[in-house]
Write a protein that binds this ligand. Structure first.
Ligand code: ZZB
Length: 260
């Protein structure tokens, strides 16, 4: 899988994360949360950034002044892709538990929410996929839509400010069958009532991918009016050229058998 890894710069750490990082990074160092996405053309619609609350993340050194947050597994993969200074070597400055990062304010490149978006918890984040950090696009991702609605509904339970989960969901892609907020359309159509409806969400995701990619037309951004198929590589290249993203290839998941 060839992902686009996006650099979400930390603007303001949640208190617990700030405490953990105390004295562990050089003065003036910039830290980025790095979600892996297959849909760079949807980045205009980011409203938050998800971490698994129970997962452990590392803060990895990229250069003297730059650090990136992701799972150790992802860092090990990236170490062989020319992303860190030394081939095959990772340098970890600190560990952070996902829940301690919740509430952190980050800058999400291209997002229409220029003031920044919050880090929020998502139970279904897989530690074995991408970087373990997931950027949330509730206009076009049914999983993200179901999760932000649940977070807003049970804000106290999740220990978050309700407003963090209620940023406006702007349309990004127009589709002939599902309108311009395809995630909301599909969540309602398939009667999905919670982020735990895994089977229906998987179906909704499949439908959203197909419709968005093959039929979608960009509604915002520099490639407004172009087909998603054409715009996708252009948005990706723009982000990479601006130093806001980089390519990250996920090695195939192999099943290792003991008997060989
Ligand atoms: C933004 C985005 C916008 C995404 C969208 C999807 C959609 P796939 O196809 O199953 O490989 N993702 C990335 N890492 C993880 C993880 N560790 N755990 C859970 N989800 C993860 O899924 C790739 C997508 O799954 C990625 O692309 C990311 O969400 C999420 F409008 O990034 B995406 C219809 C989907 N739309």
């Amino acid at each position: 899988q060839e992902y686009t890894a996006l650099k979400l710069k930390v603007l303001n750490w949640a208190p617990k994360a700030a405490e953990t990082l105390q004295g562990k990074l050089p003065d003036g160092a910039e830290v980025f949360l790095v979600p892996a996405t297959l849909r760079p053309e949807t980045m205009y619609g980011q409203t938050c950034c998800f971490v698994g609350p129970k997962l452990t993340y590392g803060v990895f050194r990229v250069s003297d002044k730059t650090y990136m947050v992701m799972t150790e597994r992802a860092a090990r993969n990236m170490a062989h892709q020319g992303i860190f200074e030394k081939e095959g070597v990772i340098e970890k400055a600190a560990d952070l538990v996902g829940s301690d990062m919740v509430g952190t304010l980050v800058n999400a490149p291209l997002s229409l929410h220029k003031e920044g978006v919050r880090v929020l918890p998502m139970e279904s984040v897989l530690p074995t996929k991408g970087t373990g950090v997931v950027t949330s696009v509730p206009s076009d991702s049914p999983d993200d839509y179901a999760t932000v609605k649940d977070l807003a509904k049970k804000a106290d339970f999740y220990g978050i400010n309700k407003e963090w989960a209620e940023l406006e969901i702007f349309p990004v892609i127009e589709t002939p069958s599902y309108g311009d907020l395809c995630a909301e359309f599909l969540v309602k159509k398939l009667k999905i009532s919670s982020p735990k409806d895994a089977k229906q969400l998987a179906e909704a995701k499949e439908l959203a991918y197909k419709e968005g990619f093959y039929q979608g037309v960009m509604k915002v951004g520099d490639f407004k009016g172009e087909k998603v198929e054409a715009a996708k590589p252009k948005v990706r290249q723009q982000l990479i050229d601006a130093g806001l993203a980089f390519a990250y290839a996920e090695p195939e998941n192999r099943v290792v058998s003991r008997s060989g």
